[in-house]
Design a protein around this ligand. Sequence first.
Ligand SMILES: *[C@@H]1O[C@H](CO)[C@@H](O)[C@H](O)[C@H]1NC(C)=O
Ligand SMILES: *[C@@H]1O[C@H](CO)[C@@H](O)[C@H](O)[C@H]1NC(C)=O
Length: 196
Amino acid sequence: MGKQKQLLLLRLILSYSTIISLLLASAVAQKEPKEVEKWFKKLPHTKEKVTKLHFYFHDVVSGKNPTSVPVGRANSTFTSPTYFGLVSMIDNPLTTGPGPKSKVMGRAQGITGYASSEELCLLMTLNFVFTSGKYNGSTISVVGYNPINHMYREMPIVGGSGVFRLARGIATAETAKFNARSGNAVVEYNVMVLHY
Ligand SMILES: *[C@@H]1O[C@H](CO)[C@@H](O)[C@H](O)[C@H]1NC(C)=O
Ligand SMILES: *[C@@H]1O[C@H](CO)[C@@H](O)[C@H](O)[C@H]1NC(C)=O
């Protein structure tokens, strides 16, 4: 092989490895501080975009592997018709379809608590942590009022990370299935999110 050909081959290999390492780097959503700083500096020239997300949230409170577990309550919770004071930690799967065997695209992790002595409503403080596809490793944070017996519940998206840095938006929840015996529920989420 001539020197010229060898050089050309070397360049080709180098450029391929650069492309591959760039692809790998962009697949990891949580970046080092310098990269985050660069991203912020570019912000004035970056256009905001709207992303629509749709998934099902599986709240499993009973059975062998509950994903929603009570972690605290007040004495008066036992006599409250609205479970006021009952606090749970959740790590609920988020799936593309309503069925339990549907593809998992993330988890809803956080703390929910019955926050009213007059109606059945939850304070939701949680992160949607995506674990597959182009949002793998990115998160969206929700803090909201969730009156679970209402048909639609609008909850604010207050931020995010990775693809969803500086996110704002609305997550609308609608109960798709509720099993009164087990207490398990499947909730459909439609999320509209503004981000860069
Ligand atoms: C809650 O109930 C327990 C058991 O009856 C009692 O020992 C405790 O003092 C109560 N706590 C409060 C804050 O009332
Ligand atoms: C998501 O990202 C993690 C960490 O980068 C990686 O280990 C995992 O394989 C990815 N999952 C999918 C389904 O792409």
